[in-house]
Ligand binder design. Sequence first.
Ligand code: ZN
Length: 149
Amino acid sequence: MSANAQGNVRKVTALCKICGENLVVEVPNSLFENVTRFPVEHVHVHGNPPHGITLFFDKQFNIRGTEFIKNISLQGPETGSRVIPKKTGTIPPMAVGLGMVSKKEFRVLKFCDGKASVAEISKNAGIPPNEVEETCRQLASRKFLKLED
Ligand SMILES: [Zn+2]
């Protein structure tokens, strides 16, 4: 990237069909760098609840198409990691043998003392945070756990 182009944005206006707002969308020039295939798309997320508009640009920076995305869940890497799952009771190891919980669920449950967050359980159990979160949600839906933010 040349020094000139750095931080350069192009502004385009587009009407959002979802919220009816006339949006000013800033599109970084870098979008057009190293592009071999056009149109190139840029997603602009805004509003509450968040929704998006996808703009398709051709080489000349003309908008060739728009698409609207209604349902967006924004999930940063840390989202959900702060949730603190708490066991509702003691799960005996034989629960695994009985098929009440899977091995992974049992491992996660061991760390659910109501103090450790999903992020900490992930570290302690050696299971990726998204898997811990998913496991906790499943366990919570089966009333083995309560989830507290
Ligand atoms: Zn909108």
